[in-house]
Write a protein of this length. Structure first.
Length: 154
């Protein structure tokens, strides 16, 4: 559901990462650049292992630790969101600055579907107001069995 960033947006994301690393006194290495570029160009909710497989297609010398540290760095600087769904595997997605989405997760095949629903958003706001809360953020995850897995169970 989330659209992949354009070339210009990828360049902006890379510039943001470079500026963040400079402020933190971190080197901008070619391997970090490969990891971040692969991440920005790939849709979905990627685990470290997913990322490692994709990155090694471009440079087989990139190690697990480099992917792990780069993904943590992307989270720190606000370019990636770290999520843990029911399978306890940490997954990453490109952070959305202007948008928000929720997730449907299949308990069988682990497929993740992103969705947006204005009515759900309004209900959440209403519920928060009823209890005197001002919402700052939320995570909405629905767990069930997708159509494909339901058909396999028959």
């Amino acid at each position: 559901m989330t659209a992949l960033p354009s070339e210009q947006e990828i360049a902006t994301l890379q510039d943001t990462l470079t500026a963040y690393m400079e402020r933190k006194g971190l080197r901008s290495t070619n391997q970090r650049r490969i990891v971040s570029e692969v991440f920005f160009r790939t849709a979905g909710h990627l685990s470290i292992d997913d990322m490692l497989g994709l990155v090694r297609k471009q440079d087989s010398r990139v190690g697990y630790a480099t992917v792990y540290r780069t993904m943590k760095l992307l989270v720190e600087c606000g370019l990636a969101s770290e999520r843990q769904f029911d399978d306890t595997v940490t997954r990453f997605e490109v952070a959305q600055k202007d948008g928000h989405h929720d997730h449907l997760i299949c308990l069988e095949c682990k497929r993740i579907v992103e969705f947006e629903d204005d009515e759900i958003e309004r209900l959440q706001e209403s519920l928060a107001r009823r209890y005197g809360y001002k919402l700052r953020s939320h995570k909405h995850e629905l767990y069930g069995v997708c159509t494909n897995c339901q058909q396999r169970q028959v």
